[in-house]
Write a protein that binds this ligand. Structure first.
Ligand SMILES: Cc1cc2nc3c(=O)[nH]c(=O)nc-3n(C[C@H](O)[C@H](O)[C@H](O)COP(=O)(O)OP(=O)(O)OC[C@H]3O[C@@H](n4cnc5c(N)ncnc54)[C@H](O)[C@@H]3O)c2cc1C
Length: 431
């Protein structure tokens, strides 16, 4: 009996996880990982600031789905098969304990991404998975046309060929019975050049644009507040319905912090379409909107009437920010609350609840940037990760049009899709 040969393209998180699961299911099969660079698991190594935020403590699948700006509907079935608790269990079974931080992010207890890499390398060694670096896949062809021969007017299978023919840069071709593509995020220039063959199979590539970034502002005024951090602010890309609430940081180039980075994920495409030029509306006091703050203002005037505006900040905002806002509203710091003129009051309420910051450009968030876009999900089976256009071809990880916000959700998708692809590959090939 000929040995089954499975090729996983891409030596990253999704590729390794998929290859290990296939080998675990069928230790007798030949499983090969092809990696174009000379490094494997490079992103795992640097992930989470070198600590690898493996997943998130989010056992509720409906809540988990809400963390994916792209892929929420697609991932539903997948997460019911393999989600965060399966990840935690899988790593525990393989000697890696995870711990949870206050914000729900989960890391190996060693706080080192090497623990994850070592775990994968142990499994690769255990199952004799071949990891071939500097093997760049440049084309994949369906080998089916060579499968059959005509004998006595009947089509019979000829000397059995493998289903796929894989072309490698500067190397001999390789054959495979099934393939999992896990080549990671794409650059805008990639799809047309590097994935022509995927397009030839009929797959559509959703235009890749960056996600998870911070915003540059053309306004110099606010950047004088560099270093000011607000625990809870709401921000919105003008003209877009998504609002993110959370910590916000004023930087020397604009704004950053969890609220900004999450907003970049939800608005990644809308912002790319405007070439990152527009405005962000900031509510520094997110428990109020303009109308409710106006009402509350009556109480402030009564409660703090004799106090000076500069020294009484009822919102617990950093003093530098409060002073900046009252100054912007044309109010002298020594103005008494009771003496505040109605026009200045209105201006301050507006600045507190709808501060409009002009945005021009973005900055890569080096901690965890991902691609929005990739292989169109409409042609991928959500339960098996198999191509609907090319049986035997599977996808895993960031190369698909799925991406999550920060917090371990992108790796969770890599594990889930890698696991599902492996289960399916393990089932479809005849013994
Ligand atoms: C700095 C940084 C930190 C991050 N930290 C976190 C984190 O803590 N938690 C989290 O959830 N997410 C994190 N992410 C996101 C996460 O790393 C990715 O979503 C995840 O690595 C995607 O895995 P992947 O296997 O799909 O792709 P990748 O890890 O990108 O792997 C794809 C591999 O395929 C190879 N390849 C590409 N084309 C070919 C080809 N033609 N032939 C052969 N090989 C090819 C590439 O060289 C690469 O090694 C981080 C991202 C970055 C950039």
């Amino acid at each position: 009996m000929e040995k089954k040969k499975i090729v996983v393209v891409g030596g990253g998180a999704a590729g390794f996880f998929c290859a290990i699961q296939i080998a675990e299911l069928h230790p007798d099969w030949e499983v090969i990982i092809l990696e174009k660079s000379n490094k494997i698991l490079a992103k795992v190594k640097v992930s989470g600031g070198g600590r690898c935020n493996v997943t998130h403590a989010c056992p509720d699948i409906e809540m988990l789905l809400k963390k994916y700006p792209r892929g929420e509907r697609f991932l539903k079935k997948a997460f019911y098969e393999f989600a965060t608790k399966n990840t935690i269990q899988w790593f525990a079974n393989n000697g890696v304990e995870l711990h949870t931080e206050k914000d729900g992010r989960m890391f190996p207890t060693t706080n080192s991404s090497d623990t994850i890499i070592d775990c994968f390398l142990r499994k690769v060694h255990q199952y004799k998975i071949q990891v071939l670096t500097q093997h760049e896949v440049v084309d994949i062809k369906n080998n089916d046309s060579h499968h059959h021969a005509l004998v006595e007017n009947k089509i019979i299978e000829s000397k059995r060929q493998k289903a796929f023919l894989i072309q490698l840069q500067g190397r001999a071709d390789m054959q495979a019975d099934a393939i999992c593509l896990a080549t990671g995020g794409m650059l805008r220039s990639d799809p047309n050049n590097k994935f022509k063959w995927l397009i030839n199979f009929g797959h559509n590539i959703v235009d890749p644009v960056p996600s998870l970034f911070t915003f540059n502002s053309s306004e110099k005024k606010i950047t004088t507040l560099m270093g000011v951090a607000v625990d809870k602010a709401s921000i919105q890309w003008k003209g877009n319905k998504n609002i993110e609430t959370g910590p916000l940081l004023i930087t020397h180039w604009g704004i950053s912090g969890p609220a900004a980075i999450k907003l970049s994920a939800w608005c990644a495409r809308a912002m790319a379409e405007t070439n990152y030029e527009g405005a962000i509306i900031i509510n520094w006091t997110p428990s109020f909107n303009e109308a409710t703050l106006k009402m509350e203002w009556i109480n402030f005037r009564m409660d703090f009437g004799k106090r000076e505006m500069g020294s009484k900040n009822p919102f617990d905002l950093p003093q530098r920010l409060w002073h900046f806002l009252i100054q912007e509203a044309g109010i002298a710091a020594n103005t008494k609350w009771a003496d505040l003129k109605s026009a200045n009051q209105q201006q301050l309420i507006q600045l507190l609840t709808r501060y409009t910051l002009d945005i021009k450009g973005k900055t890569t968030f080096k901690e965890e940037f991902v691609t929005c876009g990739g292989v169109d999900l409409k042609d991928i089976d959500a339960q098996t990760m198999e191509s609907k256009l090319m049986p035997g071809l599977h996808f895993a990880g960031e190369m698909m049009d799925v991406d999550g916000i920060t917090g371990g959700f992108n790796f969770q998708h890599a594990w889930t899709s890698g696991w599902l692809a492996a289960q399916h590959i393990g089932q479809i090939l005849p013994a």
